[in-house]
Design a protein around this ligand. Sequence first.
Ligand code: NAD
Ligand code: ZN
Ligand code: ZN
Length: 346
Amino acid sequence: MKALQYVTVGAEPEVREIPTPEPGPGEVLLKVTAAGVCHSDDFVMSMPLEMFGFDLPLTLGHEGAGTVAAVGEGVRGLELGTSAVVYGPWGCGTCWFCAQGMENYCSRAGELRIFPPGLGAPGAIAEYLIVDSPRHLVPIGDLDPVQTVPLTDAGLTPYHAIKRSLGKLRPGSWAVVIGSGGLGHVAIQLLRQLSSARVVALDVNDEKLEFAKSVGAHEAVLSNAQAPDNVRKITGAAGASLVLDFVGYQPTIDIAMGVAGIDSDVTIVGVGDGKSAARVGFGVSPYEAAVTSPYWGARSELIELIDLAHEGAFDIAVERFDLDNAPEAYRRLAANTLRGRAVIVP
Ligand code: NAD
Ligand code: ZN
Ligand code: ZN
């Protein structure tokens, strides 16, 4: 089968011919119908050799959808042909976090060397994908896999981040979304669906700001040195109740802290350069502001998102690429010229 693989640290990923995998006991083989391209892949591929923690070659893609092509020994209750999306942050299934459905915070994944597909385990940007357990599949019925696959990360991560702060999004409050790309454009839609807060989006050019407004932002502001003042002109002195930073570099974290209000949540989702940080403490951050950096989301939350998708809640912006053209999707991601999510359709 064909797969997009990261082969050499520092080089572009390559489309290669590799053996089609067979499902082992308890596993499921999916024929991939769609796979999303996430900025985190770019982060992983920017790591120098001494920091790179996965075996190479690595098949990319941690957002996956497919139809069940075969099941391994012992797998019951899953019909061949079922169309499903993949819950990516695989865990052990039995620790306390996993028992809550929060496999993203599995306390044993490190010790057991369990990795998400595309981030250690072979990923979804291929013709076939092995899923380690039927528990990691959410059936999607007649939803279009291409439109739905971004929900597995670009949807799930902001959904988890917003849900935990819903209590702060009272009528009249403001939420600020920094970076309206793959994750950010879904975050704006989720904020509008789940809360009565008003939304200010920040991004780096007018085209991106227009895009943010087209998916539901009430206001859009250029992300620059004047941004904190410009956002505060909109929110008033109270500032924002929730700031979601989908970039995570020092300049955006500084903007986030600059627009956050008293008792707000500042949620840093973007991984930036992996080194940036918020300054927190008396006199430097708003009183009682809580700063957090969540990772992905819970299995139950992906089920909820798919239910929302069945209600027609989302207008996911997708740019399609075929598998042979997948390296171009990564070039466009790096050049920041995508509108929404790039999805590979094998
Ligand atoms: P993306 O490239 O699709 O979107 C990023 C957006 O941020 C773009 O619209 C870009 O124009 C904008 N941007 C860039 N610099 C900016 C700045 N200085 N100010 C304002 N906007 C700016 O990326 P994505 O796939 O949506 O991922 C976003 C971030 O979230 C990445 O850092 C990714 O690694 C991270 N991520 C984290 C998790 C998690 O679990 N914490 C999950 C998925 C992705
Ligand atoms: Zn991701
Ligand atoms: Zn676990």
